[in-house]
Design a protein around this ligand. Structure first.
Ligand code: FES
Length: 219
């Protein structure tokens, strides 16, 4: 039987050594508190540097863009039977690189549209975003990239696009047609907030592909 601090094999047990650098009687709780305090200070310093950076990076995503309307000429120059390719500014303050083309026409009663309305169709393909072109002879919009085909109203009729072509809000002020923010539509032409290429619209897809917070409301 071991006695007087001796182990079973007869060797004396050594007292547990204090950590290096401690003084006799020093409390380990104080060392732990200093360590935690140091970690808190280091975390605070990192947050001071990182949070503004993250904020600046994400702010544009959540900042809703204001309505931007631009005049594209007299309403008299547009017809209900054919589109007029019209250059518009899609991104303000970026010069020529911010311009795009919209196909503009008046509402067509034969298509159950309000004849006093103006329809402005985006040229950005709903598949991957290539520029589509309206081919008057066929009465269709054709995408050169992967063969996407859209009908006269921009409805998807062939190829890989996942929804109709987007549209721009329009209004007529003092006889001038004005074009506003872009929006997307469902297959039945119900307006929804603008989506990116490749994103479905309508029904449950509106939830699966939510719009970016910065996108203006649909008309
Ligand atoms: S980008 Fe238009 S069909 Fe693919």
């Amino acid at each position: 039987m071991a006695t007087n601090g001796e182990s079973g094999n007869g060797k004396r047990k050594l007292p547990k050594a204090a950590p290096a650098g401690t003084f006799e009687g020093e409390s380990m709780n104080r060392r732990a508190a200093l360590m935690v305090g140091g970690q808190v200070l280091a975390g605070g310093a990192i947050a001071v540097v990182a949070l503004p950076t993250i904020g600046f990076a994400l702010a544009p995503v959540f900042k809703e863009k204001g309505d931007f309307w631009q005049s594209v000429g007299s309403v008299d120059q547009y017809s209900a039977d054919e589109y007029t390719a019209t250059v518009i500014t899609a991104v303000e303050g970026t010069g020529e690189s911010g311009k795009t083309t919209a196909y503009v026409r008046l509402g067509n009663e034969e298509l159950k549209e309000d004849p006093n309305s103006v329809v402005a169709v985006s040229t950005r393909c709903a598949h991957l975003g290539c520029a589509v072109r309206f081919v008057a002879a066929a009465g269709n919009f054709i995408c050169p990239c992967h063969g996407g085909v859209y009908g006269f109203q921009g409805e998807r009729i062939g190829g890989p696009p996942v929804r109709p072509l987007d549209r721009f809000q329009t209004r007529v002020r003092d006889g001038e047609v004005e074009i506003g923010p872009r929006y997307s539509v469902t297959n039945s032409f119900e307006p929804v907030r603008a989506r990116d290429p490749g994103e479905f619209t309508g029904g449950v897809w509106n939830v699966i592909y939510p719009p970016r917070p910065s996108v203006p409301p649909a008309p």
